[in-house]
Design a protein around this ligand. Structure first.
Ligand SMILES: [Zn+2]
Length: 540
C-alpha cells in the first residue's frame, strides 16, 4: 500500500508522546506516523506530498456543538447585528439599528411571490436599546406579504399583520402569542408551541429545513472552510426523512466532514427515543456517527430565559423558563443512562446545571457506569462547587466560549452584572480540576470557526473590547486541545480522531501560520485546507 507523507513547516499532534514532527505519514486513510521522514521510510516506499510544505498541520478540528440548520437557514434573509459570512463565503454586513433592519427587509419584500412569506433570521433586538420589534415596524415594510423574522436565538419570532391574519393568531389562545393592551397580538411570538400555527399556515418549518442532502452539504462545506473535519448536529429530529438525508449525504465519497447527530429527546417518548438511537447506530460508518442523545433544559441568558439561581437577572424578569418540568429531566436522565446511551445536556443557567447534576448524581448512585461521558453543554454560569461535582461525577463539559464575544457586553450591563461575568465560560477552572472539555459555537447561533472559538477562550474579550474574567483565560495550547482532542473525547470518538497518532483516522487541518509560534491572534490565522482520511478536501 502506498504511503503518503505530507511534509510541513510544523506539525502539532496533540499526542504528548510525540507532540511534533516534520511530516504526517498516511496509509489506508490512517496516520502511519509523525516524525522524521527517514524513520517513516522503514515502513516502505514513501510518496512525498509537498503541497503543504510551507503550512502547519494540526489535528482536524472537531466542532462539538453546532446545528445543521446552519446549512438551511441561509436560504432566508440574514438580519443579524454582526457581520457574517454565508456557507458560500459571501459577506453580509451586520445591521446596527431597527431602521437598517427595515431597509434590508424592504429591499427584498417586493421580490418573489406576494403569497409566499418573506422569511428572515438572526435578529437580536437586545442590541437596539429596547426599541420594539413588532408588527407595526414590520407592517411599515409591507403589510400584504407575510413577513416572518426569526430571533438569533431561534426561540422568538416577529411577524407582520399579514402573517397574524394568515395564521389566525388573534383567535388562538397560546401563552407564547404576546398581546398588547388592546388584546391584539403585538407580532412577538415566543417559544415553539406558539410558532407552530405560523409554520402550518405558511407551509414552512425552519427546524425541519436541514433534513435534506442539499442543506447537509452546505453545512459540511461551511464547516470545512473553517478547518472542521468532524461536526455535530446537536438537535436532530431523527425522523425517517432526517435519517435518510444524513445517510445519503454522508455516503458520498467526497463528503468533507464526519457528521455526529444527536437525538432531540424532548420530541420523543424516552423508550421510543432510545430504540431509535440504538437502531440508527447500525447505520454508523466512517463519516456518520449516531449514538448521542440531546436534552434541552432551559433557554438562553441573552433572552432572559436561562434558569438562574439567586439573585436572578440583573434587569428584566427574575428567572427564565424550563423546557419541561425538572422531574421530567430526572426521568429522562435515568432512562437514557440505563439504555446505555451518552447524553449531551443543554444547561445554560446555574440552576439548570444544578438540576442536571442532581439527576446525574441520583442516577449514577443507582446505576454506576464508569466512563459514561455525559456532557453538560454551554454551562455558561457554572459555579466552582458545581465544577467540582462535574469532576467527581466523571462528566464532561462543552463550554460556549463564543458567548463572551457576542453577548459579554449585554451580560455586563443587562443580564448578569460584573461578578457573574467574571466566571462566564470558566474554561481555566475546568482545566484546573482535570475535567475534559470542548468549546463550541452553537451555529447558527454564532458562526462556525473553531479558531475564533479558541481565540475567545484565550482572550475573553467582548465585541466592545472589555476583558471578562481574565483568570479564566486558557493558553493557546489548551484552546487548541479543546477544539480537537477535548471535543473528540466528549463525543466518545477520541479513539479515532482528535489527535495525529498512529492508527487514528488521518484528519488534518492545514493552517497558514503556526498557532503556537506566532503572535497573530488565533482568530486571524487562515485555514488553508483540510484532509479527511488522508485525502485533501479542497482543490489546492
Ligand atoms: Zn445548540
Amino acid at each position: 500500500m502506498t504511503i503518503t507523507a505530507y511534509i510541513a513547516r510544523a506539525v502539532h499532534t496533540m499526542n504528548p508522546s510525540q507532540p511534533a514532527g516534520q511530516c504526517v505519514a498516511v496509509r489506508d486513510g490512517r496516520v502511519l506516523g509523525v516524525g522524521p521522514i527517514e524513520e517513516i521510510r522503514r515502513f516502505g516506499d514513501v510518496r512525498i506530498d509537498d503541497r503543504y510544505a510551507d503550512k502547519v498541520l494540526v489535528p482536524g478540528f472537531v466542532e462539538g456543538h453546532s446545528h445543521a440548520l446552519e446549512g438551511s437557514v441561509w436560504r432566508h434573509l440574514y438580519l443579524g447585528y454582526f457581520d457574517r459570512r454565508d456557507p458560500e463565503g459571501a459577506l453580509w454586513n451586520g445591521l446596527k439599528s431597527p431602521e437598517a433592519v427595515q431597509q434590508r427587509l424592504a429591499e427584498h419584500v417586493d421580490q418573489g411571490n406576494i403569497e409566499t412569506p418573506l422569511i428572515a433570521w438572526g435578529l437580536d433586538p437586545v442590541y437596539f436599546d429596547d426599541a420594539p420589534i413588532d408588527r407595526q415596524l414590520l407592517d411599515a415594510v409591507g403589510d400584504s406579504r407575510p413577513i416572518v423574522v426569526i430571533h438569533a436565538s431561534l426561540h422568538v419570532m416577529f411577524v407582520n399583520s399579514a402573517t397574524i391574519d394568515r395564521a389566525g393568531l388573534s383567535d388562538l389562545d397560546l401563552d407564547g402569542i404576546i398581546r398588547g393592551d388592546n388584546g391584539q397580538p403585538t407580532g412577538v411570538v415566543e417559544e415553539f408551541a406558539a410558532m407552530h400555527p405560523i409554520f402550518d399556515a405558511l407551509d414552512f418549518d425552519i427546524f425541519e429545513g436541514a433534513s435534506n442532502t442539499q442543506a447537509l452539504n452546505r453545512y459540511a462545506q461551511a464547516a470545512r472552510r473553517e478547518g472542521v473535519t468532524t461536526i455535530t448536529d446537536l438537535l436532530n429530529p431523527m425522523s425517517d426523512a432526517a435519517i435518510a438525508a444524513l445517510r445519503e449525504a454522508t455516503s458520498a465519497e467526497d463528503f468533507p466532514v464526519r457528521l455526529v447527530p444527536a437525538l432531540n429527546a424532548l420530541a420523543w417518548d424516552p423508550q421510543a427515543g432510545s430504540e431509535r438511537v440504538q437502531q440508527a447506530i447500525e447505520y454508523n460508518h466512517e463519516r456518520l456517527h449516531f449514538g448521542l442523545v440531546k436534552l434541552v433544559t432551559d433557554g438562553a441568558i441573552q433572552n432572559f430565559t436561562a434558569r438562574l439561581q439567586w439573585p436572578g437577572y440583573l434587569t428584566g424578569p427574575n428567572n427564565g423558563v424550563w423546557n419541561a418540568p425538572p422531574q421530567t429531566f430526572h426521568d429522562m436522565v435515568a432512562h437514557y443512562h440505563q439504555a446505555g446511551l451518552q447524553m449531551h445536556i443543554h444547561t445554560n443557567g446555574d440552576e439548570a446545571v444544578g438540576v442536571i447534576l442532581d439527576a446525574l448524581d441520583e442516577t449514577l448512585a443507582m446505576w454506576p457506569r464508569a466512563d459514561h461521558r455525559h456532557t453538560l453543554q454551554h454551562v455558561q454560569l457554572i459555579r466552582q462547587d458545581q465544577l467540582r461535582r462535574v469532576g467527581r461525577l466523571g462528566a464532561c463539559l462543552n463550554i460556549f466560549a463564543n458567548h463572551i464575544y457576542y453577548w459579554g457586553d449585554i451580560h455586563l450591563s443587562k443580564t448578569l452584572g460584573f461578578d457573574r461575568c467574571q466566571r462566564l465560560e470558566p474554561a481555566a477552572s475546568a482545566d484546573r480540576l482535570g475535567i475534559v472539555f470542548g468549546i463550541h459555537c452553537d451555529a447558527p447561533v454564532t458562526p462556525i470557526s473553531p479558531l475564533f472559538t479558541a481565540w475567545c477562550a484565550t482572550a475573553r474579550e467582548t465585541a466592545g473590547g472589555t476583558t471578562l474574567g481574565a483568570t479564566e483565560k486558557i493558553s493557546r495550547a489548551r484552546a487548541l486541545e479543546a477544539i480537537t482532542l477535548g471535543a473528540a473525547y466528549t463525543l466518545r470518538m477520541d479513539d479515532r480522531i482528535g489527535s495525529l497518532e498512529q492508527g487514528k483516522l488521518a484528519d488534518i487541518t492545514v493552517l497558514n501560520e503556526d498557532p503556537l509560534a506566532t503572535d497573530t491572534p488565533l482568530k486571524d490565522i487562515g485555514v488553508h485546507d483540510t484532509v479527511l482520511s488522508g485525502r485533501p478536501t479542497g482543490t489546492h
